[in-house]
Design a protein around this ligand. Sequence first.
Ligand SMILES: *Cc1c(COP(=O)(O)O)cnc(C)c1O
Length: 380
Amino acid sequence: MFLNVLMIFMVKKIKVPFNYLPYEFKNNSKIISRWKRLISSTQFTLGPYIENFENKFSNFIGAKYCISTNNGTDALILCLKSLGIKKGDEVITVTNTFYATVGAIVAVGATPILVDCDDRYQIDHNKIKSKINKKTKAIIPVHWGGASPNMQNILKIANRYKLHLIEDACMGIGGKYQNKSPGTFGIVNAFSMHPLKSLNVMGDGGMVVTNNKKIASWLLKYRNHGMVNRDKLEFWGINARLQPLQAVVASYGLDKIDKVIDKRLRNANYLDKKLSFLNPNVIAPKRDKKNIETNALYMILCKKRDKLKDYLQEQGIETKIHYPIPLHKQKPAKKYKFKKNEFKTAEYQSKHLLTLPVHQFLSIKQLSYMVKMIDNFYKI
Ligand SMILES: *Cc1c(COP(=O)(O)O)cnc(C)c1O
């Protein structure tokens, strides 16, 4: 025992940062030179830089129409708006997602109906049917953390009850579900290019994709004030355009996304394997092996979560919690009177989940140090 503890204290501290942005944009000469061209062209709103990126994204994702937006939240709002979802309508989604999924539903005046998640942290498809009634208009499954829910069954439910399917694929760029990209199953779907997503820009960016020509044509106008051209308006719209400067960053990111996903996948596989030896103190993510996950969030279930988090911080390892308070318990959710006992899995996970760094700039040395420190925590 004494020797054990002694050895633990002899390990040299290594920094394991969660934030990869300082590494990602260290070498930015390619971006700067493309920016210089853009600046001299003065194409600062829409124009060729946006069109080129949208076409490239469309090829990559495998969707006919891609309409870029200024962020993922607006992409979700545009999805809902394009289907005419409004006050009095109900939209079903999951309680463990980012605020924006529900925020978008509320922004169009509709009522969010939340369901619990499963042991893969995804919307529990078995709990959707009981929430459907005459007011239900759409289901928004979320590809949470870059993994995918059971889209096959969710599609079946949507078809059977004639509901719109809108995917929140904000974390899913570069992933695959049954050989297709997340965000290509629903009628109209949303992606984000926020700095912490798999394809990221230097600020905000988003994308709406659809194979439906009518929806695409409405979206193109709505995103740009409802304009047909400079002098003619078809309906009242908004300005939700992506900045061409960001389209340049996104286009550059899309060139190397496969490499990024691959490296994250290898890091995740390494952690899955090593952490499996720490069961039952630590439970590595359960995976649907047929799919390719983006590993946007590498989440473990662990005992004494908050103490482990503090311990890892002391050892130089930065971790996060996504999220300590599930949406049904947040202040603005009070008015919907969600019942706490309907969200047992999400409640449990909010107390035991820890998100570990898994990004593409981590070395095996850093990963193995992290595993060792987690192991140490349960030994001392
Ligand atoms: C990031 C994210 C959003 C919001 O995207 P923004 O670009 O930050 O507006 C919505 N839903 C999910 C699941 C996300 O991860």
